[in-house]
Design a protein around this ligand. Structure first.
Ligand code: BGC
Length: 248
């Protein structure tokens, strides 16, 4: 079947990829997923991405978008919150291009997911100010206004009570500390109230694997801003990366 871009989503636990029809935002292949190599070192991750591409049998003429959990400026990774510190200051896009022997588009993972939700998902019809947050190993964020992404917002690292709040309110913190939904929701309440006071968005979207269990925690939050689960779930990063690669 024809596809017009490839999306690859590099995460703390898995590296996923699929062929994408960027006009409709539909996957055109099965999703391939391989475990992220322990330690998240650049060379190991690049090798795993090569394997994902091989399994996808992607046509070489189609653009490839790769999203990654770090600040990405002009192809360089400037941070490494939950991956190897070797990524800091690395010319990551160039590294992938060399080893994959083709051009790629390289972006932050939450930016890709948020952009996809604005194109094909929960904010498809909302052209206001959208704040997308992903609750996973860390907290990712994306700011989209009238369909345009403001890249590299790192709102997961807002300091509350003197600590980087991602360490308290990411889904990994719930698991690590064995928090009940209500206990976790208290931390999320602090987080989203702060974002609401700072940005006054039209809509919050909550993504990450836990968003499929949204009924257990979103109704516990008291906010003036509507807050909805992401609709593209695990495919948001893949779809957004592919959309960026195709210039959509
Ligand atoms: C990183 C972000 C990333 C998010 C989700 C955070 O720790 O700083 O760049 O988007 O995790 O993976």
């Amino acid at each position: 079947m024809a596809h017009n871009a490839v999306g690859i989503d590099i995460g703390g636990t898995g590296i996923k990829g699929a062929l994408v029809d960027v006009a409709s935002g539909k996957l055109q292949s099965d999703r391939v997923k391989l475990p992220t190599p322990a330690g998240g070192e650049p060379d190991d991750i690049v090798r795993t991405v090569q394997e994902v591409l091989k399994k996808l049998k992607a046509d070489k003429k189609h653009p490839i978008g790769v999203c990654f959990p770090a600040v990405v400026v002009k192809g360089k990774t400037l941070s490494a919150a939950n991956v190897s510190k070797k990524w800091i200051g690395l010319e990551a896009e160039a590294l992938f291009e060399k080893s994959l022997d083709r051009d790629i588009t390289f972006v932050n993972d939450a930016d890709a997911a948020g952009y996809a939700e604005s194109l094909y998902g929960a904010a498809e019809k909302n052209k206001g100010l959208i704040l997308m947050t992903t609750l996973g190993t860390g907290i990712g964020s994306a700011i989209i206004y009238r369909g345009v992404l403001v890249p590299n917002a790192e709102l997961g690292h807002i300091q509350l009570e003197g600590v980087d709040w991602e360490t308290k309110a990411a889904y990994s913190a719930k698991e690590r500390e064995n928090l009940s939904w209500a206990e976790w929701a208290e931390r999320l309440q602090k987080y989203y109230s702060t974002l609401e006071a700072l940005f006054h968005p039209d809509l919050f979207i909550v993504g990450g694997g836990v968003s499929k269990e949204y009924a257990d925690f979103l109704p516990l939050l008291k906010l003036d801003t509507p807050i909805v689960p992401a609709t593209l779930r695990n495919n948001a990063g893949i779809l957004g990366a592919a959309a960026f690669a195709s210039g959509k």
